[in-house]
Design a protein around this ligand. Structure first.
Ligand SMILES: Nc1ncnc2c1ncn2[C@@H]1O[C@H](COP(=O)(O)OP(=O)(O)OP(=O)(O)O)[C@@H](O)[C@H]1O
Ligand SMILES: [Mg+2]
Length: 245
Protein backbone atom coordinates (compact mmCIF):
# COMPACT_ATOMS: atom_id res chain seq x y z
CA UNK A 1 0.00 0.00 0.00
CA UNK A 2 1.33 3.44 -0.89
CA UNK A 3 1.91 5.64 2.17
CA UNK A 4 0.08 8.90 1.54
CA UNK A 5 0.79 10.38 4.97
CA UNK A 6 4.51 11.03 4.33
CA UNK A 7 4.84 11.79 8.04
CA UNK A 8 8.46 11.90 9.08
CA UNK A 9 9.45 11.07 5.53
CA UNK A 10 12.97 12.17 4.74
CA UNK A 11 12.91 11.23 1.06
CA UNK A 12 12.78 13.79 -1.70
CA UNK A 13 9.20 14.49 -2.68
CA UNK A 14 10.35 16.34 -5.81
CA UNK A 15 13.45 15.47 -7.78
CA UNK A 16 14.59 17.30 -10.91
CA UNK A 17 17.78 16.09 -12.57
CA UNK A 18 19.45 17.87 -15.51
CA UNK A 19 16.12 18.81 -17.03
CA UNK A 20 16.08 20.47 -20.42
CA UNK A 21 12.87 21.61 -22.10
CA UNK A 22 12.66 23.09 -25.56
CA UNK A 23 9.80 24.81 -27.37
CA UNK A 24 11.01 24.68 -30.94
CA UNK A 25 14.28 26.61 -30.79
CA UNK A 26 13.50 28.25 -27.45
CA UNK A 27 15.40 26.67 -24.57
CA UNK A 28 12.94 27.09 -21.69
CA UNK A 29 14.92 24.97 -19.21
CA UNK A 30 18.61 24.24 -19.48
CA UNK A 31 19.97 21.32 -17.43
CA UNK A 32 18.07 22.37 -14.33
CA UNK A 33 18.53 20.25 -11.19
CA UNK A 34 17.09 20.48 -7.68
CA UNK A 35 15.63 18.23 -5.00
CA UNK A 36 12.93 19.11 -2.50
CA UNK A 37 12.80 16.89 0.58
CA UNK A 38 9.30 15.98 1.77
CA UNK A 39 7.84 18.69 3.99
CA UNK A 40 9.93 21.55 2.60
CA UNK A 41 8.34 24.69 1.25
CA UNK A 42 10.18 26.31 -1.64
CA UNK A 43 9.62 29.45 -3.70
CA UNK A 44 10.52 29.26 -7.39
CA UNK A 45 11.69 32.73 -8.36
CA UNK A 46 12.77 34.12 -11.70
CA UNK A 47 12.06 36.88 -14.21
CA UNK A 48 9.32 36.62 -16.83
CA UNK A 49 10.13 33.82 -19.24
CA UNK A 50 12.66 32.19 -16.87
CA UNK A 51 10.92 28.81 -17.10
CA UNK A 52 8.97 28.65 -13.82
CA UNK A 53 5.60 27.64 -15.27
CA UNK A 54 7.33 25.20 -17.61
CA UNK A 55 8.99 23.57 -14.59
CA UNK A 56 5.67 23.18 -12.78
CA UNK A 57 4.02 21.72 -15.90
CA UNK A 58 6.82 19.13 -16.14
CA UNK A 59 6.20 18.15 -12.51
CA UNK A 60 2.53 17.44 -13.18
CA UNK A 61 3.21 15.59 -16.42
CA UNK A 62 1.59 18.19 -18.69
CA UNK A 63 4.94 18.46 -20.48
CA UNK A 64 7.67 15.86 -20.96
CA UNK A 65 11.35 16.85 -20.63
CA UNK A 66 13.56 16.77 -23.72
CA UNK A 67 16.48 15.79 -21.50
CA UNK A 68 16.97 14.73 -17.91
CA UNK A 69 14.33 13.41 -15.55
CA UNK A 70 11.67 14.48 -13.12
CA UNK A 71 10.20 12.41 -10.32
CA UNK A 72 7.53 12.71 -7.65
CA UNK A 73 8.52 10.49 -4.73
CA UNK A 74 10.28 8.22 -7.17
CA UNK A 75 7.33 8.09 -9.57
CA UNK A 76 6.97 9.41 -13.07
CA UNK A 77 4.66 12.49 -12.87
CA UNK A 78 2.16 10.77 -15.18
CA UNK A 79 1.84 7.75 -12.83
CA UNK A 80 -1.38 7.40 -10.83
CA UNK A 81 0.64 7.38 -7.58
CA UNK A 82 2.08 10.81 -8.43
CA UNK A 83 -1.31 12.23 -9.45
CA UNK A 84 -2.81 11.23 -6.08
CA UNK A 85 -0.07 13.08 -4.24
CA UNK A 86 -0.13 16.32 -6.23
CA UNK A 87 -2.30 19.40 -6.10
CA UNK A 88 -1.61 21.84 -8.94
CA UNK A 89 -2.78 25.41 -9.40
CA UNK A 90 -1.84 26.61 -12.90
CA UNK A 91 -1.10 30.27 -13.65
CA UNK A 92 -4.13 30.52 -15.93
CA UNK A 93 -6.38 28.21 -13.92
CA UNK A 94 -9.82 27.83 -15.42
CA UNK A 95 -12.45 25.64 -13.76
CA UNK A 96 -15.27 24.27 -15.96
CA UNK A 97 -16.94 27.46 -17.19
CA UNK A 98 -20.38 25.98 -17.84
CA UNK A 99 -20.63 24.34 -14.40
CA UNK A 100 -21.49 26.16 -11.20
CA UNK A 101 -19.03 26.64 -8.35
CA UNK A 102 -20.63 23.80 -6.38
CA UNK A 103 -20.76 21.51 -9.44
CA UNK A 104 -17.05 22.08 -10.09
CA UNK A 105 -16.20 21.15 -6.48
CA UNK A 106 -18.45 18.07 -6.54
CA UNK A 107 -17.19 16.91 -9.93
CA UNK A 108 -13.46 17.32 -9.28
CA UNK A 109 -13.91 16.02 -5.73
CA UNK A 110 -15.58 12.84 -6.95
CA UNK A 111 -12.94 12.32 -9.67
CA UNK A 112 -10.32 12.68 -6.93
CA UNK A 113 -12.17 10.19 -4.70
CA UNK A 114 -12.35 12.68 -1.81
CA UNK A 115 -13.72 10.99 1.33
CA UNK A 116 -16.79 12.67 2.88
CA UNK A 117 -16.98 14.91 -0.15
CA UNK A 118 -20.18 16.72 0.90
CA UNK A 119 -18.57 17.97 4.11
CA UNK A 120 -15.41 18.97 2.25
CA UNK A 121 -17.39 20.97 -0.31
CA UNK A 122 -19.34 22.79 2.43
CA UNK A 123 -16.11 23.58 4.25
CA UNK A 124 -14.41 24.98 1.13
CA UNK A 125 -17.47 27.07 0.19
CA UNK A 126 -17.41 28.64 3.66
CA UNK A 127 -13.64 28.98 4.07
CA UNK A 128 -13.27 30.69 0.69
CA UNK A 129 -16.42 32.80 1.04
CA UNK A 130 -17.91 31.25 -2.07
CA UNK A 131 -21.25 30.50 -0.43
CA UNK A 132 -23.07 33.41 -2.12
CA UNK A 133 -21.81 32.23 -5.50
CA UNK A 134 -22.20 28.47 -5.11
CA UNK A 135 -24.92 28.23 -7.78
CA UNK A 136 -23.30 30.73 -10.17
CA UNK A 137 -21.78 29.45 -13.40
CA UNK A 138 -18.02 29.95 -13.42
CA UNK A 139 -18.28 32.01 -16.63
CA UNK A 140 -20.22 34.64 -14.62
CA UNK A 141 -17.76 34.88 -11.71
CA UNK A 142 -15.45 37.79 -11.01
CA UNK A 143 -11.75 37.03 -11.65
CA UNK A 144 -11.00 36.82 -7.92
CA UNK A 145 -13.89 34.48 -7.20
CA UNK A 146 -12.78 32.28 -10.08
CA UNK A 147 -9.30 32.17 -8.51
CA UNK A 148 -10.82 31.21 -5.13
CA UNK A 149 -12.56 28.27 -6.80
CA UNK A 150 -9.32 27.28 -8.58
CA UNK A 151 -7.49 27.29 -5.24
CA UNK A 152 -10.25 25.12 -3.72
CA UNK A 153 -10.08 22.66 -6.63
CA UNK A 154 -6.29 22.37 -6.32
CA UNK A 155 -6.44 21.31 -2.66
CA UNK A 156 -9.83 19.58 -2.39
CA UNK A 157 -8.11 16.17 -2.00
CA UNK A 158 -5.68 17.46 0.66
CA UNK A 159 -2.60 16.84 -1.50
CA UNK A 160 0.77 16.11 0.05
CA UNK A 161 2.74 17.85 -2.72
CA UNK A 162 1.40 21.23 -3.79
CA UNK A 163 2.53 23.07 -6.91
CA UNK A 164 1.31 26.64 -7.14
CA UNK A 165 1.76 29.13 -9.98
CA UNK A 166 1.05 32.67 -8.72
CA UNK A 167 -1.52 31.37 -6.20
CA UNK A 168 -2.76 34.63 -4.71
CA UNK A 169 -3.34 36.49 -7.98
CA UNK A 170 -6.59 38.50 -7.97
CA UNK A 171 -7.51 37.55 -4.38
CA UNK A 172 -8.68 40.24 -1.95
CA UNK A 173 -6.60 40.71 1.20
CA UNK A 174 -8.84 38.76 3.63
CA UNK A 175 -8.94 35.85 1.17
CA UNK A 176 -5.16 35.95 0.76
CA UNK A 177 -4.87 35.54 4.53
CA UNK A 178 -7.37 32.69 4.54
CA UNK A 179 -5.67 30.89 1.65
CA UNK A 180 -2.24 31.21 3.30
CA UNK A 181 -3.71 29.61 6.45
CA UNK A 182 -5.34 26.84 4.40
CA UNK A 183 -2.07 26.04 2.64
CA UNK A 184 -0.25 25.92 5.99
CA UNK A 185 -2.85 23.57 7.46
CA UNK A 186 -2.21 21.09 4.66
CA UNK A 187 1.22 20.42 6.11
CA UNK A 188 2.46 19.50 2.66
CA UNK A 189 5.53 19.93 0.46
CA UNK A 190 5.20 23.16 -1.55
CA UNK A 191 6.79 24.56 -4.69
CA UNK A 192 5.41 28.04 -5.33
CA UNK A 193 6.13 30.28 -8.28
CA UNK A 194 5.54 33.94 -7.49
CA UNK A 195 6.83 37.41 -8.29
CA UNK A 196 5.64 38.78 -4.96
CA UNK A 197 8.34 38.37 -2.32
CA UNK A 198 5.95 39.01 0.56
CA UNK A 199 3.99 35.96 -0.59
CA UNK A 200 7.15 33.90 -1.08
CA UNK A 201 8.28 34.73 2.45
CA UNK A 202 4.93 33.87 4.01
CA UNK A 203 4.42 30.61 2.16
CA UNK A 204 7.94 29.21 2.01
CA UNK A 205 11.24 28.96 3.88
CA UNK A 206 13.50 28.27 0.91
CA UNK A 207 14.03 29.66 -2.56
CA UNK A 208 15.33 28.55 -5.93
CA UNK A 209 16.16 31.36 -8.35
CA UNK A 210 16.22 30.58 -12.06
CA UNK A 211 17.11 32.78 -14.98
CA UNK A 212 16.82 31.74 -18.62
CA UNK A 213 16.12 28.16 -17.59
CA UNK A 214 19.18 27.79 -15.35
CA UNK A 215 19.44 27.77 -11.58
CA UNK A 216 21.42 30.79 -10.38
CA UNK A 217 20.91 30.46 -6.62
CA UNK A 218 19.24 28.31 -3.98
CA UNK A 219 19.09 28.48 -0.21
CA UNK A 220 16.90 29.52 2.68
CA UNK A 221 14.94 32.76 2.82
CA UNK A 222 17.21 33.81 5.70
CA UNK A 223 20.31 33.19 3.56
CA UNK A 224 18.66 35.15 0.76
CA UNK A 225 18.13 38.15 3.05
CA UNK A 226 21.73 37.87 4.30
CA UNK A 227 23.02 38.41 0.74
CA UNK A 228 22.17 42.10 1.18
CA UNK A 229 22.53 44.84 3.79
CA UNK A 230 20.03 44.65 6.65
CA UNK A 231 18.31 47.72 5.21
CA UNK A 232 18.14 46.35 1.65
CA UNK A 233 14.73 45.30 0.34
CA UNK A 234 14.56 41.60 -0.48
CA UNK A 235 13.25 42.52 -3.96
CA UNK A 236 16.51 44.37 -4.60
CA UNK A 237 18.59 41.33 -3.58
CA UNK A 238 16.53 39.05 -5.82
CA UNK A 239 16.84 41.49 -8.72
CA UNK A 240 20.63 41.34 -8.40
CA UNK A 241 20.59 37.53 -8.44
CA UNK A 242 18.31 37.43 -11.46
CA UNK A 243 20.50 39.79 -13.46
CA UNK A 244 23.83 38.13 -12.64
CA UNK A 245 23.47 35.32 -15.15
N1 LIG B 1 3.67 26.98 -25.30
C1 LIG B 1 4.81 27.59 -25.57
N2 LIG B 1 5.27 27.65 -26.83
C2 LIG B 1 6.46 28.25 -27.11
N3 LIG B 1 7.25 28.83 -26.18
C3 LIG B 1 6.82 28.80 -24.92
C4 LIG B 1 5.59 28.18 -24.53
N4 LIG B 1 5.44 28.30 -23.20
C5 LIG B 1 6.52 28.97 -22.76
N5 LIG B 1 7.34 29.27 -23.78
C6 LIG B 1 8.65 29.97 -23.67
O1 LIG B 1 9.42 29.27 -22.69
C7 LIG B 1 10.12 30.19 -21.86
C8 LIG B 1 9.74 29.95 -20.43
O2 LIG B 1 8.37 30.27 -20.27
P1 LIG B 1 7.58 30.09 -18.89
O3 LIG B 1 6.14 30.36 -19.16
O4 LIG B 1 7.93 28.79 -18.30
O5 LIG B 1 8.22 31.27 -18.02
P2 LIG B 1 7.83 31.83 -16.58
O6 LIG B 1 9.07 31.83 -15.76
O7 LIG B 1 6.66 31.09 -16.04
O8 LIG B 1 7.43 33.33 -16.90
P3 LIG B 1 6.33 34.32 -16.22
O9 LIG B 1 7.01 34.89 -15.00
O10 LIG B 1 6.14 35.36 -17.27
O11 LIG B 1 5.10 33.53 -15.92
C9 LIG B 1 9.80 31.58 -22.40
O12 LIG B 1 10.82 31.95 -23.30
C10 LIG B 1 8.49 31.37 -23.14
O13 LIG B 1 8.34 32.31 -24.18
MG1 LIG C 1 4.74 31.64 -15.54
Amino acid sequence: MYDLSLKGDTRDCISVQDVTKLYGRTVALNKLSFNIPCGEKVALLGPNGAGKSTMLKLLVGLLIPDGGSVSIMGNDPSAVEAKKLIGYLPEDASPYLTLSVRENLEYIGSLRGVPELEDRVEMLLDDLTLRDNERAKVSKLSRGNRQKLSVALSIIHRPKIVLLDEPLNYLDIPTQEKVIAMFRELNATFLVSTHIMAIAERLTENAIVITRGRKVWDGTMTELRELGDPSEAIESIVTRLMTVA
